[in-house]
Design a binder for this molecule. Sequence first.
Ligand code: IPE
Ligand code: IPE
Ligand code: MG
Length: 232
Amino acid sequence: MEQLQHVAIIMDGNGRWAKAKGLPRTQGHFVGVDNVRNIAIKANDMGIKVLTVYAFSTENWKRPLEEVSYLMKLPAIFFDKFMKELMEKNIRIKMIGEMEQIPKDTAKILQRAIDKTANNTGMILNFAMNYGSHREMILAINHYAKDVLENKASLNIDEKGFEKYLMTSDLPPVDLMIRTSGEQRISNFLLWQIAYTELMFVDEPWPEFTPEKFEGYCHDFLKRDRRYGGLK
Ligand code: IPE
Ligand code: IPE
Ligand code: MG
């Protein structure tokens, strides 16, 4: 998929999906974990280069402790179940967000997955964990200011110069962003990066977002006319 290198997904609706079935919200997250695998395998098979999934935002710490604790267990569940398959498929794990506040055991599991897959050359499955776009930009500005003071950067930078300080600096531009479960907002995800990204807000909650639907939305994307402010 030449025109579709990087897809970002706001995986929303786990809690509402579970509630509608009379299940605890955590059950929605548990089912959602399997779907990360299903969509990642599909995206990899389709030749997509990067799939960035919003797994935990800087605002999600506001949730009840019990739910936050469960969400922090999901990386262990995911990698226990699927690491073998990820290796077979040559998928590389990356992360954007701050490791610091993440509980030590969870951070260790994430780092281990990143290290173990570091030489894989297939699709990058990029987890946004404890990620928030405002925080990312503030960290970038602080880092840049420090570089200026230490004479490592010039006082004037352009857009490309700024992007080097973002957590996505080594990734291609986001072509398509999909949010599941009906909400039409960005919730602090990749704000700088989506200046010219195609956006899709779809109704299915994350646990019901099938690989077939994903492929369909990717084909819809190919029909869009991206003008970037110019004329065609
Ligand atoms: C997405 O599902 C997962 C996370 C935000 C961690 P939600 O937990 O937001 O589910 P809803 O939106 O409450 O249904
Ligand atoms: C966005 O979903 C964050 C993730 C999917 C990780 P939320 O459910 O946290 O967003 P809001 O609260 O509806 O904006
Ligand atoms: Mg939500």
